[in-house]
Design a protein around this ligand. Structure first.
Ligand SMILES: C[S@@+](CC[C@H](N)C(=O)[O-])C[C@H]1O[C@@H](n2cnc3c(N)ncnc32)[C@H](O)[C@@H]1O
Length: 227
């Protein structure tokens, strides 16, 4: 079985797929970030996974035709300007009877308990930045219709609403705020002083034992190419 993990990042799912397809299958993890790919290669070496291969490339330039039995795409389409064109490329790269699996976010399903001003401001800023970059952080609910339009059949859909009281899942919002801070400042969406306050407040909120922080709601859709 031949699989492709597009926008594979650090390759966590690529390695899971490689284990699932076994020694007779192979998985290609494709990303345009060489640093993430190096981590992925290192991880594969350490975990003795030898049927995963990592390739540096831009998915918008993918020219593969009828090559893969399964293509997996997580948290990529919400980051690109033309997800419909990318979907068409993924469809073309699938073999007949191949399956395309897409997971992506909807920031409108991103919440905290109790309600917190710093968290809400972070969610708002993330969406404003995406709008400025011409990308869609609420693409999740559109995926099903987009996949129908792309020609996939036998579609299935599930929804993952993950919420955390501790651990990495809970700190994801603060980690993401830190990661997008330079872009927020550059885009003029927030002043440095306010950003520092949001960061401190969000950190304090995240560390409290009696608060909850969700992930953005995740739509999971998969479908088959007939021919
Ligand atoms: C949010 S991360 C998701 C990583 C991984 N799929 C996961 O779910 O853990 C998005 C990844 O897509 C990659 N990416 C974004 N646009 C890309 C493009 N046009 N071509 C290749 N990789 C791209 C980024 O470098 C990043 O590693």
């Amino acid at each position: 079985m031949s699989c492709l993990d597009v926008g594979c990042g650090g390759g966590a799912v690529t390695l899971d797929l490689a284990r699932l397809v076994g020694p007779n299958g192979r998985v290609v993890g494709l990303d345009f970030d060489p640093v993430k790919l190096e981590h992925a290669r290192q991880d594969a070496l350490e975990k003795h996974v030898d049927n995963a291969f990592f390739v540096e490339a831009d998915v918008t330039e993918l020219e593969d035709v009828n090559l893969y039995d399964l293509i997996y795409c997580r948290f990529l389409l919400s980051h690109v300007k033309d997800p419909v064109a990318m979907l068409a490329k993924l469809f073309r790269a699938l073999k007949a009877k191949g399956v395309l699996v897409i997971e992506d976010v909807d920031f409108r399903g991103h919440f905290s308990y109790p309600k917190n001003a710093a968290f809400d401001r972070y969610v708002d800023l993330f969406q404003q930045l995406a709008k400025k970059n011409d990308t869609n952080p609420n693409i999740g609910r559109k995926l099903h219709a987009m996949m129908v339009d792309a020609g996939l059949v036998n579609l299935e859909i599930t929804l993952a609403d993950l919420v955390f009281d501790k651990g990495d899942g809970k700190t994801t919002a603060k980690v993401t705020l830190d990661a997008i801070a330079p872009a927020l400042l550059k885009a003029g969406l927030v002043e440095k002083a306010e950003l520092a306050t949001i960061g401190e407040e969000l950190d304090k909120f995240t560390k409290s034992k009696r608060t909850l922080v969700s992930m953005p709601r995740i739509f999971q859709v998969w479908g088959t190419k007939v021919k």
